[in-house]
Write a protein that binds this ligand. Structure first.
Ligand code: DOR
Ligand code: ZN
Length: 433
């Protein structure tokens, strides 16, 4: 085949993605000014699914891509709550461009039995019939080996471990992992996934705080993996370079989710800013760089788990003092619920952020292929979600989503159920087409 001249801009675009060099040269088809939807592709490229369409040859490299098609995006870690909050947020999974939601079990009470989890999935399906929901159970002393087998037979895919007291509804969480080794053995046999919240509880006497709680947890991950090399484990919402390196060192049965917000935030962004406060907290700039690098690199065991965690605005900005209903005493309240809410904007947000650090070509891998492969959940053939570049006419991200039983949507009354999303009031670079 005759070699064609490639514009300097296109050449630069190709070179920054060293691993994809060969494929992109093959795709490059200047006569059509297209990347590469009409150019020849092998089956892996089709599975990759990003359709690169080129509009303006003279513009910047990033401006070249105008639309994207992502095969059936999946979010492998999301909180969908109960009651009115669940009614409000469950439809937002699809609104954010996501087809499959792997749902967390930290409800009140937590989902500790197969039946509770099955019932909860049915409730979610009743709210959003077109979204696929996969369930997890909450690891607790009440989970027997028989319960694991029942859960597996009922299609429940994982068991989530929360260390005691580190985050929302984790009072019944884990203090000692070894006592659960028989449960892990049964999970390994059934092919269930162990989802780990990777922090140890803060303890100032022992020098443990939110900044080192994740690196100090990694020894537990390595120990569990060493004992159960065939057990599929996901280290959830990694925030540190140490975690990325640890997961890479482990075998193919260990994977890792990364949230969208941890690709953007560092410590300075949540200190004093409740809407950005979550667990694990965002860490140092070098940690964020490691999360970005592993996505840019296209490592197949790292994928999207948004940890989208809605809390009423009133719980993110609690009033400083309130009366105890039963004693009428005045109580001071300076707490702030942990959680960043990204569901309603998730896919456009991922596109915007990945593009900001030169990883847009990994979007389909990150939000669909890698996680689906690990969980053995192939995308429905032909199902794609389309994105287009945002224009100045596109609305910014809403300041808040308000439950429909709140009558006045402009009302700032904190007693009404409303949730503020990440990027509230700002413009994203991409929107659903
Ligand atoms: O920030 C968080 N919020 N981290 C978690 O692990 C739980 C979540 C929630 O449920 O609110
Ligand atoms: Zn979570």
């Amino acid at each position: 085949m005759m070699r064609r001249r490639i514009s300097p801009c296109a050449r630069e675009h190709i070179l920054v993605r060293g691993r994809r060099l060969a494929r992109l040269q093959w795709w490059w088809h200047p006569s059509r000014l297209l990347w590469p939807s009409l150019a020849p592709r092998d089956s892996a490229d089709v599975e990759g699914g990003v359709v690169w369409k080129r509009k303006d040859v003279s513009g910047s490299c990033l401006a070249m891509v105008e639309t994207l098609e992502i095969p059936s995006p999946a979010d492998f870690h999301v909180h969908l709550r109960q009651g009115p909050m669940s009614e409000l947020v469950t439809p937002h999974v699809a609104l954010g461009g996501i087809d499959l939601a792997y749902v967390m079990p930290n409800l009140t009470p937590p989902l500790t039995s197969a039946q509770q989890t099955v019932d909860y999935m049915a409730q979610l399906r009743a709210i959003a019939p077109h979204t696929r929901f996969l369930g997890t159970m909450y690891l607790s002393p009440s989970i027997t080996l028989d319960e694991i087998r029942r859960a597996s037979a009922a299609g429940i895919r994982g068991v989530k471990s929360y260390p005691r007291g580190v985050t929302t509804n984790s009072d019944g969480g884990i203090e000692d992992y070894e006592v659960y080794f028989p449960v892990f053995e049964a999970m390994q046999e059934c092919g269930m996934v162990l989802n780990l919240h990777g922090e140890i509880p803060s303890d100032t006497d022992k020098g443990v705080c939110v900044l080192n709680a994740e690196p100090l947890f990694l020894a537990h991950l390595e120990k569990i993996h060493a004992h159960f090399p065939q057990l599929r484990i996901v280290l959830e919402h990694a925030t540190t370079r140490a975690a990325v390196e640890c997961v890479k060192r482990c075998g193919d049965t260990v994977a890792c989710t990364i949230t969208a917000h941890h690709l953007q935030l560092t410590v300075d962004d949540w200190a004093g800013k409740p809407l950005h406060f979550c667990k694990p907290v965002a860490k140092m700039p070098d940690d964020r760089a490691a999360l970005r690098e592993v996505i840019r690199e296209g490592h197949p065991r790292f994928f999207l788990g948004s940890d989208s965690a809605p809390h009423p605005l009133a719980a993110k900005y609690p009033s400083p003092a309130s009366r105890n209903d039963s004693t009428d005493e005045l109580m001071l309240n300076c707490g702030c619920a942990a959680g960043v809410y990204t569901s309603p904007i998730l896919l456009p947000l991922c596109a915007t952020l990945l593009e900001s650090f030169g990883a847009l070509d990994q979007l389909a891998a990150f939000v669909s292929e890698h996680g689906r492969r690990f969980y053995n959940e192939p995308a429905e053939p032909g199902r794609v979600v389309r994105l287009r570049r945002a224009t100045p006419q596109d609305a910014p991200v809403p300041a808040a989503y308000v439950h429909s039983s709140s009558t006045d949507k402009r009302d700032g009354d904190p007693s009404k159920l409303q949730v503020s999303p990440f990027f509230a009031g700002q413009h994203l670079g991409w929107v659903l087409a």
